[in-house]
Design a protein around this ligand. Structure first.
Ligand code: NAD
Ligand code: UDP
Length: 316
């Protein structure tokens, strides 16, 4: 049984990760300041004897004795991270430095929830981990993209300077039950719009691509990365290599919900990457991992979850 700290543990991915770790017998400390996370996400875990919750900002130094740290604290939806870009940058950079210090003091293994955004608007496709990316340092996504890139810099400097045992998961777009109704990311938006009978908002011409990974596949990848042999300290892409245009996603959501919502086009936000798809050869080789849930199946499960969320909101 390991003692594990999960920062951002009340968020979409963090809460499901806490639950997975408790199920396999670990003790979990969940740290979150509820910026984008919700108390409801961890309500069912709160009474668990091996679960503790610290309401706290990851930017504040912390002293606890743990064996492993999963550092997930950071808003991930452009809507949220762009609403307070300075806090986003601080969370990524100060947050990771604090958690690395904690890992150094307590001798803990450290895993970072990094992102495909480190590749920016990529010039190579699909993206391999040795691609250094094409990121604007001054655009509206930079607080997140550059924050996560600086976090990776700090992680590998801690590894070189202090011999820390580090893991970096470059997570590609992940969706599933547990997302907030106001999350703002494309899968949540399209499903909520379809279920409420509102227009489906396609930004730009809808020909930009993303590769959507189901939550449970992603979490299995994260846990395998943490448990992998010491030599797997290089960045590893975790995502689903099946690529869809945003328009195709809208069509799938309309088909799966049976909704008659119309698709409308809205301006494409600046710096929105045109295409994104992971090369997952490293994850296959080193983690024996690949996603199992196809988009249609994952959407069905996620729609079932959102039906329960949207009904009360529409009735109110
Ligand atoms: P989320 O917004 O649902 O969860 C983030 C959590 O971090 C929230 O509970 C929030 O309250 C908490 N948080 C934010 N700033 C904090 C701070 N300063 N101190 C303490 N807690 C703070 O997002 P998510 O989709 O669950 O993403 C989790 C992590 O995975 C993030 O680091 C994100 O960058 C990374 N990631 C996610 C995706 C994805 O598609 N879901 C893709 C790439 C990377
Ligand atoms: N998008 C869209 N309509 C929406 C929300 C997003 O067309 O209501 C597009 C967005 O412009 C981007 C893609 O969907 O091209 C994925 O956006 P998301 O915010 O989910 O994540 P990103 O990959 O951009 O960080």
């Amino acid at each position: 049984m390991a003692r594990i700290l999960v920062t951002g543990g009340a968020g979409f991915l963090g809460a499901a990760l806490c639950e997975k770790l408790l199920q396999r017998g670990d003790s979990v400390i969940c740290l979150d300041n509820f910026w984008t996370g919700r108390p409801e996400n961890i309500r069912s875990l709160a009474l668990h004897p091996r679960f503790a919750f610290y309401e706290r900002d990851v930017c504040r130094p912390l002293d606890v004795d743990v064996d492993e740290i999963f550092n997930l604290a950071c808003p991930a939806s452009p809507r949220h991270y762009q609403a307070d870009p300075i806090n986003t940058l601080k969370t990524s950079v100060l947050g990771v430095l604090n958690m690395l210090e904690l890992a150094r003091r307590s001798g803990a293994k450290f895993l970072q929830a990094s992102t495909s955004e480190v590749y920016g608007n990529p010039h190579i496709h699909p993206q391999t981990e040795n691609y250094c990316g094409n990121v604007s340092p001054v655009g509206i996504r930079a607080c997140y993209d550059e924050g996560k890139r600086a976090a990776e810099t700090a992680i590998y400097d801690y590894q070189r300077q202090y011999g820390l045992d580090v893991r970096v998961a470059r997570i590609f777009n992940t969706y599933g039950p547990g997302m907030d109704i106001d999350d703002g990311r494309v899968v949540a938006n399209f499903i909520v719009q379809a279920l409420s009978g509102n227009d489906i908002t396609i930004y730009g011409d809808g020909q930009q691509t993303r590769s959507f990974c189901y939550r449970d596949d992603l979490l299995e990848g994260l846990v395998r990365l943490m448990d992998a042999p010491d030599e797997v300290s290089f960045p590893v892409n975790i995502g689903n290599p099946q690529e869809f245009t945003v328009r195709q996603l809208a069509e799938l959501v309309l088909e799966a919900t049976g909704s008659r919502s119309k698709m409308i086009h809205m301006p494409l936000p600046s710096d929105d990457p045109l295409q994104r798809c992971p090369d997952i050869a490293l994850a296959r080789t080193w983690l024996n991992w690949m996603p199992r849930i196809a988009l249609r199946d994952g959407l069905r499960r996620t729609i079932g979850y959102f039906e329960e969320q949207v009904k009360p909101a529409v009735a109110a």
